[in-house]
Write a protein that binds this ligand. Sequence first.
Ligand code: SF4
Ligand code: SF4
Length: 116
Amino acid sequence: MPDHPCLSCGACCAHYRVAFHWSETEPAPASYVPIELTTALDPHRLAMRGTLSAPVRCTALSGAVGRDAQCTVYARRPSPCRELQPAWEHGEPSPQCDRARVAYGLAPLTPEAWTA
Ligand code: SF4
Ligand code: SF4
């Protein structure tokens, strides 16, 4: 099994606005999002800092996109991050993943990325 492609990517964390309901920062369940890494979007929603305006880069992302980017709050990442699936990890395409990678000059993932 090759290394997980996300560990040498991070493009989606530096391409999309990451917005979610404020309740995801509440300490129950235990996987709550660190509130200090968020900013208010509207009366009901927060966003990860760094994702509301260009150049987009989530404040929780470390490393270089396309090389060694990693989420520093992976176990506590918000729902949009949990829902964005890497393309073909579970046999399905992911246009969001593809668009983010292409924006950084990275080839879209193929099914072979998970088996080669
Ligand atoms: S763009 Fe796709 S491969 Fe890259 S980090 Fe996001 S989900 Fe993973
Ligand atoms: S919280 Fe983590 S997974 Fe979500 S955008 Fe930020 S760095 Fe990426």
